[in-house]
Design a protein around this ligand. Structure first.
Ligand code: HEM
Length: 518
């Protein structure tokens, strides 16, 4: 999932707007003395340190930051401070690299916030006449779409209604882990666990969105589902080559075709399942029966969304909900496997509330603060979306004493901020207790906002959290998780989301006091 794909704003426009900025202040202040004071105080974008693109490219190619752009945030903060300009010729963006600055900006966010246009995604949709979803839509249209999508998804009580559906998927996932470990040479090893988590997350979100199982957790994945999985990979893998190659080369080089083939496969699969649901709803309506169902039924029957909008939205929800959740689960289990004490504390909590083979429900999770803290700490250490963006369009803003005209693009350096040792002492240590409400001082809330902020924040947050809590509680209740010692230290790569640099292999050792609840 890419939430930060654009840099806009010309440097020359900033120069032109400098006097306008000052004029704007004077009209607001209304007295010459006050105006002079403010003009003297307010600095403009030109006063900020500038990091030219060639330097960034040099660091990426020759200093090993190509797949470690998250670490480049930390390095650049060290060099340039907490606010600087990334200057790409006439294109620039302002990097904000402290919790206070990010808070100051987000509190002045537009009524219809924007991360910039997503030309790469909209181009395909325009070409094929498909609708936009929550990622690609902008302005008032986006707001209307979000109001429809938010219902039944955004609030914790909304996510609760999916607990049974999620638990069904978790049960199948547990069975799969058990099968894989038992058939491994050591009797407890699961290799390439990230891939298993990907299939789990895809099955989970598809079950919620399509109200039907798609078979990702079966021994043999159905061909149509496998084609769909391959299409997602094809679209993402070819995105970067499409961005980096000129438009005229699209008929010569294969990337654009592969990229659009990927989208074709995604929309074909999603479209078929949506059409099937629509036909089932129509049948019930024709028979005078009540229409019942979950998310998709709600979208199709209770909102004013057109079918085109439903296709667009479902496809984007699906893409946003897989790598994010699966990689967060992966980092959680990796950390727990290396921290036996923390794992044991979590086990004690889970075991206390889940007696015998009780399957956890959303209500049980509210009694398990450590479980929540473990996920929160994972998202602090590995904010799976390490950078975000805002294009402020409604008016000018002042951040950190600097004036920015409207249409300034900001990048929010979440990875560096959530590793700021002033907010999180020993930032490289996995310490879930930081998040416990047991009388200790809570960290600055803007130090870690892995789901974004405000009305444009993640729509799937509550579903993702519930899915991760329910799965993690079941895994830890049943197994002690240990790392495969041949694996070494797993490093973080930035491939739009934070992924592992190698295959994650884990031992799942059945707890002696566990009663099987597959
Ligand atoms: C660990 C899991 C997840 C993380 C860390 C995450 C993180 C994020 C972040 C940082 C944003 C940008 C928010 C902003 O700009 O303020 C976002 C947006 C979004 N997320 Fe998630 N996400 C996760 C799971 C999900 C799931 C499961 C779904 C689908 C059900 C989902 C759907 C979306 C959508 C549709 C948007 C765009 C919202 C908009 O622009 O209006 N996400 N997510």
């Amino acid at each position: 999932m890419s939430v930060c794909m654009n840099m806009v704003r010309t440097r020359s426009t900033w120069v032109c707007l400098k006097p306008v900025a000052l004029a704007f202040c004077s009209t607001n202040v209304g007295s010459n003395v006050a105006t002079r004071e403010i003009n003297a105080k307010l600095k403009t974008v030109e006063d900020l340190p500038c990091v030219p693109t060639w330097k960034t490219l040099y660091r990426m190619i020759f200093k090993g930051y190509f797949h470690r752009l998250h670490e480049l945030q930390v390095y650049e903060k060290h060099l340039y401070g907490s606010m600087y300009r990334a200057c790409a010729g006439s294109l620039s963006s302002i990097a904000l690299n402290s919790a206070d600055l990010v808070e100051e900006l987000l509190r002045q966010d537009d009524k219809f916030p924007s991360r910039g246009d997503m030309a790469l995604w909209t181009e395909y949709r325009d070409m094929r006449g498909f609708g936009y979803g929550p990622f690609t839509e902008q302005g008032e249209k986006w707001s209307k779409l979000r109001s429809a999508l938010n219902k039944r998804m955004l609030h914790p009580k909304d996510s609760m209604q999916y607990e049974h559906v999620i638990n069904e998927t978790v049960t199948d996932f547990m069975k799969r882990i058990n099968h894989l470990r038992k058939t491994s040479p050591t009797g407890d090893l699961v290799t390439n666990f990230s891939n298993e988590l990907y299939n789990f997350a895809l099955e989970g979100i598809s079950t919620i969105l399509f109200e039907t199982r798609i078979g990702c957790l079966e021994k043999e994945i159905p061909m149509e589902t496998q084609n769909f999985i391959d299409s997602i990979a094809k679209m993402f893998t070819n995105s970067m080559p499409v961005v980096l190659t000129p438009r005229w080369s699209r008929n010569i080089l294969p990337f654009w075709k592969w990229y659009t083939d990927g989208w074709e496969g995604i929309f074909r699969f999603a479209g078929k399942l949506i059409d099937m649901k629509m036909a089932a709803i129509q049948k019930r309506v024709d028979m005078g029966q009540e229409v019942e169902g979950e998310y998709l039924t709600y979208l199709l029957s209770n909102t004013n969304m057109t079918n085109k909008e439903v296709y667009g939205s479902v496809a984007e929800l699906l893409l946003a909900g897989v790598d994010t959740t699966s990689n967060t689960m992966m980092w959680t289990l990796y950390q727990l496997s290396r921290e036996p004490k923390i794992q044991d504390t979590l086990y004690q909590e889970v075991n206390h509330y889940l007696k015998a083979d009780k399957i956890p429900m959303a209500q049980d999770v509210t009694k398990m603060p450590y479980l929540k803290a473990v996920i929160k700490e994972t998202l602090r250490m590995y904010p799976v979306v390490p950078i975000n963006a805002r294009l402020i369009s409604e008016g000018s803003v002042t951040v950190g004493g600097y004036f920015f005209p409207k249409k300034t693009m900001f990048t929010l350096c979440h990875y560096a901020i959530s590793h700021d040792e002033k907010i999180f002492p020993e930032p490289s240590r996995f310490k879930p207790e930081r998040w416990l409400r047991d009388g200790r001082t809570r960290p600055n809330p803007f130090g870690s906002i892995p789901f974004g902020f405000g009305v444009r924040g993640c729509v799937g947050r509550r579903i993702a959290e519930l899915e991760m809590y329910l799965a993690l509680a079941r895994i830890i209740k049943l197994f002690e998780v240990k790392p495969d010692l041949n694996m070494g230290d797993v490093k973080v790569l930035n491939r739009t989301v934070l992924v592992a640099d190698r295959q994650l292999n884990l031992h799942f050792i059945e707890r002696t006091d566990a009663s099987t609840n597959f």
